[in-house]
Design a protein around this ligand. Structure first.
Ligand code: MN
Length: 723
């Protein structure tokens, strides 16, 4: 957890730390860089009141911690000189060499990229950023440290700037730190951003963690017990660290995955760092022997590394006192890679393996750029980068046992195209673990997937473009249509366009139709209207992007023809899109989360609380936390959308006279009613009754009442309450 503020570091302190590192730094060059930066920024003051030069020194310090080389430290000291002072890039080049100048130039250019601008431009900017990174990843490392120091001192900024930077950090920089494998920076960036975006949610978790401070002590006692048993099994000198999960990762699990604080098993974790891989597996055996492992929580990332090259064994065990905690087991080298990511390359400079890993880590950037090169729709790139930067990956298997990794949310179609475009193009269905599944089945880690293929001629279906989630599959499907179905694309595209024209009440006189479309096509830099229809057909261009241009041309046409007939595009009905089944008054498609304090269900009377930049949290109107709902402007009216079909979780406390088979009766009734059961537990109370706790998935209040009524009919059930 990062403190919101930091003390400035003096250049002397930085220099001493660099000397202490024992790395062969060129101190003459570093001193010269500091002297230049100090002179260049003379008289400039940060908002927080310190001399400006304290910022580049702090950034250089962060890069020193990552173990980077002389040129990177020099470039860090000079990173704001060209942008903010009278010094030029040529002066930097002549004083410090071409490499340093290229790094400073890269960082300066990245700094000019604004991610809050229009989507189209944003995509182009992201592309530039990835390109810079694929050339020399040190540019990105400097930028990440620059952003980290700025976020640490963000409280000096005006509120709006804090929010903008926090959102950008969350959406762009933290995911990049993750893909580069630098866990420490990623987590700190996320926690600092969350503190700005949802201060209430942040404080809530800090408080919950504080109450569990004793558990931390307890985990340390477990660590001692494990150390003793490892020694008995000839595993010596383990480095054991206990740690608390980052605030943001708990936040995600609570509000995005909708779990309760108690259900998060890995809030507290032990990390065991050993010398060799065999020792890791021995340690795993020893721990599973000491404690009961939770099913489905064991992950072997040593034999199957994550795409960012992360390697470790993960398991979650229950202590004798019933406390669940996560244990990570890895070697020292894996630890270095996990903490420092690509930067570990500079730490392991002597070894060749560092270079290979660096190449592998950057391969995805190049692949992404490659697969997007032919796409006409630049908005596409942004969506795909965002979806591919999302940290969650799933690992599934071919029938032969090969591992395919896909972004979470990927479907069996994505899987087929990940194997080969020929497999995707011939796909007619899929079996998961031997059973036929629908074509939009989302794959889950561990599934064995068998793609069923038909004759070569069939080809993909157009609907698949709406189902697939990876850019690889999407561009392969598009390519197929582009090549194989030219005529069909033109017809499809024209039909779809005409339909949209009718829908938006644009009726172009038949005599003007062709000419108008030719004009629009030329404005899209296409050779003919036919080419444009074709592009619509295979999905290379979207109608939504085309419509404004068609309407513009149409408006010109109508004006020229009859000045009396004023043209008006019918206003778009102000539609409020339901998000998560809730409509928030006055806000469009916003991020919704359901408050944990009162777990609102469809049918309940609800209100929304606008968090700072992080969506709206929905409470029941009678929740004690919503008592200010009528007075504070941060509370807004909210209601359930018609026909909400999503499932919500609800927890029931069932009291019954204790008897045999009670547990079975309850669980089989829930199974008969096809109610998903997330947890079910029973205990005997002091007065001889049985108290059961059932966490179930339900559709709405009516459904819940129905379930409760059926449960009440079970023999010996005394009372049921919704908690
Ligand atoms: Mn800076």
């Amino acid at each position: 957890m990062a403190a919101p503020g930091v003390k400035p570091i003096s250049y002397e302190a930085f220099r001493q730390a660099a000397e202490k590192s024992g790395r062969p730094y060129d101190f003459e060059k570093i001193d010269k860089a500091y002297a230049l930066a100090d002179d260049a920024h003379k008289g400039q003051v940060r908002r927080s009141g310190e001399a400006y030069v304290s910022h580049p020194v702090a950034v250089a310090m962060l890069l020193l911690d990552l173990g980077l080389d002389t040129d990177t430290l020099v470039a860090a000291l000079l990173h704001d000189v060209v942008e903010d002072t009278a010094y030029t890039l040529e002066q930097v080049a002549s004083g410090f060499g071409k490499d340093v100048a290229a790094l400073v130039d890269g960082v300066t250019k990245l700094g000019r990229i604004q991610f809050s601008s229009m989507e189209e431009q944003q995509a182009e900017n992201l592309r530039k950023m990835l390109l810079a990174m694929s050339k020399d990843v040190r540019v990105m490392l400097i930028k990440l440290c620059d952003r980290l120091h700025n976020m640490r001192t963000a409280s000096a900024w005006p509120e709006q700037k804090q929010r903008d930077k926090a959102l950008e950090t969350m959406e762009v920089y933290a995911p990049i730190a993750h893909r580069l494998g630098i866990a420490g920076i990623k987590e700190e960036l996320e926690d600092l951003s969350l503190h700005i975006l949802d201060p209430i949610g942040y404080d809530e978790i800090i408080e919950l963690l504080g109450q569990k401070a004793k558990a931390q002590e307890y985990v340390e006692s477990i660590a001692a017990a494990i150390q003793e048993r490892l020694a008995e099994n000839d595993v010596h000198d383990p480095e054991i660290r206990s740690r608390v999960k980052s605030v943001y990762s708990i936040y995600r699990k609570m509000f995005v995955q909708n779990r309760s604080f108690e259900e998060i098993y890995d809030k507290y974790a032990l990390r065991i760092i050993l010398d060799t891989i065999p020792e890791c597996y021995t340690a795993l055996g020893v721990i599973h022997d000491m404690y009961h492992p939770l099913p489905n929580r064991f992950k072997d990332y040593i034999s199957t590394p994550k795409p960012n090259m992360y390697q470790s064994l993960h398991t979650t065990v229950i202590s004798h006192e019933g406390v669940a905690f996560e244990i990570q087991i890895r070697t020292h080298e894996m630890e270095q890679l996990a903490e420092y990511g690509v930067a570990a390359h500079w730490k392991y400079k002597a070894g060749v393996q560092g270079q290979d890993k660096l190449e592998e880590r950057l391969a995805w950037v190049r692949q992404l750029l490659e697969s997007q090169r032919d796409s006409e729709d630049s908005g596409d790139l942004l969506r795909h980068i965002k979806s591919e930067l999302l940290p969650e990956q799933v690992y599934v298997f071919t029938p032969k046992g090969d591992v395919i990794d896909l972004p979470s949310g990927a479907t069996v179609i994505d899987f087929a195209y990940a194997i080969h475009s020929a497999v995707g193009n011939r796909m007619v269905g899929a079996k998961v673990n031997g059973r036929i599944v629908p074509i939009d089945h989302k794959v889950v880690t561990g599934e064995v997937i068998d793609v069923l293929t038909g004759s070569v001629d069939k080809g993909p279906s157009r609907d698949w473009l709406n189902i697939v989630t990876t850019s690889e599959a999407r561009s392969k499907i598009r390519n197929w249509f582009k090549k194989e179905r030219k005529e069909e694309n033109i017809t499809e595209g024209k039909t779809a366009l005409d339909k949209e024209l009718r829908r938006s009440l644009v009726s172009i006189p038949a005599g003007d139709y062709d000419e108008l479309m030719e004009t629009v096509a030329r404005r899209q830099r296409m050779n003919s209207a036919e080419e444009m229809y074709g592009a619509i057909g295979y999905g290379g261009i979207t109608i939504a992007r085309l419509m404004p241009k068609i309407k513009e041309e149409y408006a010109k046409l109508v004006k020229a023809g009859d000045p009396a007939e004023t043209f008006a595009i019918p206003p778009k009905p102000k539609q409020q899109k339901a998000s998560e089944g809730v409509i928030v008054e006055g806000l469009g498609n916003v991020l919704i989360k359901f408050a944990k304090c009162c777990n609102p269900l469809p049918g309940d009377d609800i209100v929304g609380f606008i968090t700072r930049g992080y969506g709206v949290s929905i409470h029941k109107r009678d929740c004690h936390n919503a008592s200010e709902a009528n007075t504070s402007p941060r509370w807004v009216e909210a209601r359930w959308a018609e026909g909400v079909q999503e499932s919500f979780t609800s927890t029931l406390e069932i009291t019954a006279l204790d008897r045999d088979r009670l547990f079975v009766d309850v669980s089989s009734l829930l199974a008969d009613m096809r109610v998903p059961v997330y947890s079910l537990s029973a205990r005997r109370t002091s007065d001889g009754k049985a108290a059961m706790n059932a966490m179930i998935g339900i559709r709405n209040t009516e459904h819940l009442n129905n379930v409760i009524a059926r449960l009440r009919r079970i023999k010996d059930v005394v009372d049921i309450t919704r908690s």
